[in-house]
Design a protein around this ligand. Structure first.
Ligand code: GTP
Ligand code: MG
Length: 195
């Protein structure tokens, strides 16, 4: 799929205030700083579309971007970052949990995890919770450019071993980098297949 247009539509803190239409949407979720906003910019070839920062907690709202005038990409606040205050963490959690469970337009959630670090309990438990709530999701490994091929392979294998503690059939994943655009085609093709 080619992305021809990508427009920022609106930001808000409440799923009930999201666009009231039947346009399908895909949302990016994951711990703060994992690279959600960067990946949205990479996919849309617009490095000013979603706000990114090396400081965790940059995205604080549910942000809707209209793609090709026919579907939404949604950027969400990160969860669980220790350096973000507890109050802010709880506020984000409420916003994103409500959104994930109650937004009818959501057809797939991409759960981003950093390919450089071992599987984190918070991510594994989050995916398990998605499963319990029948929320369709796919794992996206980010920042693959920071690793050599062999280390990347080893990390993914180790991640699969951890996932197997929770899942009989392992969830699908795509490996990406917002820097060298790895995974772009695969991700866009997958989105096209579910729209
Ligand atoms: P919050 O909005 O705080 O939840 O973070 P986020 O998940 O949206 O992360 P963001 O896209 O703002 O990126 C966080 C930092 O990681 C920034 O400094 C990015 O430049 C960097 N980053 C994101 N993706 C990649 C990547 O694929 N490769 C490399 N090397 N750096 C990345
Ligand atoms: Mg962000």
């Amino acid at each position: 799929m080619l992305i021809k247009t990508a427009e920022f539509l609106m930001s808000n803190q409440d799923y009930t205030k999201c666009p009231q239409d039947n346009i399908p949407e895909i949302a990016f979720i994951g711990r703060s700083n994992v690279g959600k906003s960067s990946l949205i910019n990479m996919l849309t070839n617009n490095f000013n579309l979603a706000k990114t920062s090396s400081t965790p907690g940059k995205t604080q709202l549910i942000n809707h971007f209209l793609i090709n005038k026919s579907w939404y990409l949604v950027d969400l606040p990160g969860f669980g970052y220790a350096k973000v205050s507890k109050t802010l963490r709880e506020k984000f959690k409420k916003i994103i949990d409500d959104y994930v469970l109650k937004r009818p337009n959501l057809i797939c959630l991409f759960v981003l995890v950093d390919s450089r670090i071992p599987a984190q309990k918070i991510d594994l438990e989050y995916m398990y919770w998605l499963g319990l709530n029948s929320v369709p999701f796919k794992i996206i490994f980010t920042k693959a450019d920071k690793l050599g091929v062999n280390v990347l392979k080893r990390n993914i294998k180790e991640y699969e071993v951890k996932l197997a503690e929770y899942w009989e059939t392992l969830p699908d994943f795509i490996i990406t980098s917002s820097i060298n655009r790895q995974g772009k085609e695969e991700l866009l093709n997958y989105i096209e297949s579910i729209l």
